[in-house]
Each structure stands twice: as structure tokens, then as C-alpha cells.
Design a protein around this ligand. Sequence first.
Ligand code: ADP
Ligand code: MG
Length: 205
Amino acid sequence: MERGARRALIVAVARDVIAHADELNRLDQAIGDGDHGTNVRRGFEAVLAEVDDLAGMSESGALAAAGMLLLNNVGGASGPLYGTLALSMARNLPGTTGISGWIEAFGLAIEDVKRRGKSEPGQKTLLDVLVPVHTSLVAGDDAAVARLASVAENAAEATRSMLAVRGRAAFLGQRSVGHVDPGARSASLIFGAIGRVLVEEFDGK
Ligand code: ADP
Ligand code: MG
């Protein structure tokens, strides 16, 4: 991916998350403490402020730098998890090649997020988007990237019926059921934006 495309990808993800901060706060008001949108907005504003530097780095370098920015700026429970996702991908990407290398690094990073959060899919967290998105990419057919946004959005929506057993929402027990998980929603915004930019990138070739 060229510098211009890398920049466009980072800008698209950051802007999408920032634009939905109020919605993410509302979701977190229902089953948490109402700050998820504010948290991820702060993180992605920090990323956006560095976008020209990030776009000039290697893919692994950019992921590591973005991961540190998320780790240092998002805060909450989600900051270390999104930070871990990006930092672990940065660590696992070198030595791999092509799209399959990205998918492999993403899979290893998800394992690190699970360890960090002591969590598994099915517990109403951002993992309930990360894992289905990864599974869909592993399927590996030509439509996998085009499908990314809808897979991510459907996966976030599917957290509505789940019972939270991790994070603040777990304190609500059964009352957590009936609400979309804020972290799952932010993950769906991130991967939806990635999917849309990659489709444009491939279409233009
Ligand atoms: P906090 O809960 O500290 O206020 P945020 O509101 O920024 O942090 O993030 C909440 C989101 O973080 C949840 O919606 C959930 O998706 C995710 N989350 C919280 N704890 C965990 C965990 N142990 N494992 C995976 N994801 C988690
Ligand atoms: Mg919160």
C-alpha cells in the first residue's frame, strides 16, 4: 500500500470513530459509565494529529506507533485492548507477506487481546466483532474484503442479545441484555472503515 493510501486509511478510520463518539457514549451510558465515545475519540484524535508521520512509516512501524497512541490516549478498559491489538499486529506482521500475512498477524493479535482482557468471544465485548471479522477474512474468498463492513456491523448488532460477563457491563447482569456493546460498536466502525477504504483501493487498480 502506498503512502497516500495508508494516509487515507488512517484518516477514514479515525474520522469514522470520531464522528460516532456521541453514539458510542450513549451505548456506554446504557451498560457502562458513558465514556467509551470520549475515550476512543481522544485516542483517534491523537492518531489523526500524527497521520503524516504514521503514513510515512513502514506498516509495522505505523501500527506500533498508532498502538502506543491508543494505549496512551484512549484510557478506560478499551485503551489497553485496542493498544494491544495494534501493538501485537505490529510485532507479528514482519516476516509475513501479503494479505494472508495481515490476516495471520490479526489472528495472533486477537489471541493477545483475549489474554489481556481475560476474555473470550460470546461475552459481549469488542472480541465479538474482532473474531467474526477475522473468521470472515480467513474464509479468504474474493468477496471477503467487500463483506467486511457488513460482517462487522452485524457482529456488533449481535451483541445486543448477549449477557455481559466482562467489563463494567457485567455488573448489570441480566440488565445488560438488550443493548449493543459499545466496544463492539467501535470495533465495527474501525473495521467497517477499513473494509470500505480497501474496496476503493482494489477497485482503483
Ligand atoms: P471502561 O469500561 O473502563 O469505561 P470503555 O468504556 O472505554 O472503558 O470501554 C468499554 C468497552 O471495553 C466494553 O464495551 C467492551 O467492549 C470492552 N471491554 C471491557 N472489558 C473487557 C474485557 N475484559 N475484554 C474485552 N473487552 C472488554
Ligand atoms: Mg466506559
